[in-house]
Ligand binder design. Structure first.
Ligand code: 13P
Ligand code: SF4
Length: 317
């Protein structure tokens, strides 16, 4: 089969997008070439807001399955495509619906706050959804006497608990990328670059969060680099975000925080990186793989996601 150049895929993707009235939504963890052809690049919250309001007939999600599912739940009348159906998420996988139902039964009377990094089934079992950019505010929006279940990320849950002081029972799940950052290696880098600021995603473990100059969602970290007067940053989240950081701050230096296993090089999400330009092209051309969600689950999952979007809008996120 003939091998095409990246330029070929870029121009064919543009042509197919117009022909089919399709929009490409890309997460910050995608590779730079994909972020550059997307109609919209953002963090999980911004991407779900965009999925809920756009005029396209087709949404192609350059991200992972839970993100595409969220788009389908928010825009059921649209065709939602994911270029590689194996683009999952270790965190979403760590919380299975049967086990979670049992967990809710074992902790009765609690409001269920679930991170967007979950399957549609988990969302359908939840009272409200949050992302890393609004988790603290979503929990704070609940009446103070309300007891909470937070799932599935134990690090984000612990971060929210420390920030809000609320009564929270936390599901024991983690992300294999954020869990792996090495505090020792970060401190070593800081020694070599004493002026560098340490930027950390809240899915990281407490010791890494404790040395952070800024903790936030991918978008919050990006905004920090744009406002801050410094010129060097150690980035403890998936390396894809560095593409936007460099674009916005070409004169600044960004150093990826190393994982514990230094033979892995830098910290990449293998699921996010399954998406390629070629797969996007094939997916748009053939309009598959398509993301479908069982109607009953979709309707149940819609409520807690819409609740999150409404609260985020109210507080200006
Ligand atoms: P954001 O909320 O920053 O987009 O994070 C998504 C994610 O998958 C983190 O691992
Ligand atoms: Fe899931 Fe972690 Fe990848 Fe984010 S970085 S999509 S939480 S596996």
């Amino acid at each position: 089969m003939k091998k095409h150049s990246p330029e070929y895929f870029v121009s064919e993707i543009k042509r197919l997008k117009e022909e089919k009235n399709a929009i490409i939504l890309a997460h910050f963890y995608q590779t730079g070439d994909i972020q550059d052809i997307a109609d919209f690049v953002g963090d999980s919250l911004a991407l779900s807001q965009k999925a809920a309001s756009n005029d396209a007939e087709i949404i192609l999600f350059a991200g992972v399955k839970f993100m595409a599912e969220t788009a389908k739940i928010l825009a059921p009348e649209k065709k939602v495509l994911l270029p590689d159906i194996n683009a999952g998420c270790s965190l979403a996988d760590s919380c299975k619906a049967d086990d979670f139902e049992k967990f809710i039964q074992e902790n009765p009377g609690r409001t269920v706050v679930s991170y967007v990094n979950t399957t549609a089934e988990i969302k359908a079992l939840s009272d409200i959804i949050c992302t890393s950019s609004n988790a603290v505010q979503i929990v704070e929006s609940l009446p103070p006497e309300e007891k909470i279940i937070f799932a599935p990320d134990r690090n984000l849950g612990n971060y929210v608990l420390n920030k809000t002081g609320r009564d929270i029972v936390i599901w024991n799940g983690t992300c294999h990328v954020h869990e792996e950052f090495s505090l020792e290696a970060i401190l070593e880098l800081k020694k070599e670059n004493p002026d560098a600021k340490i930027l950390v995603h809240p899915e990281c473990e407490l010791p890494v969060r404790m040395v952070a100059d800024c903790i936030g969602s991918t978008n919050a970290l990006l905004q920090f680099t744009m406002k801050d007067k410094g010129n060097c940053y150690i980035i403890a989240t998936e390396t894809g975000i560095i593409h936007q950081m460099k674009k916005e701050n070409p004169e600044k230096i960004f150093i990826p925080a190393p994982p514990r296993d230094s033979t892995c090089g830098c910290s990449e999400c293998n699921f996010m990186k399954l998406i390629t330009l070629e797969k996007i092209y094939n997916c748009l051309k053939n309009e598959k793989p398509e993301i479908l969600v069982n109607k009953k689950i979709l309707l149940k999952a819609q409520k807690p996601i819409k609740r999150m979007i409404e609260i985020s809008q109210k507080i200006g996120l």
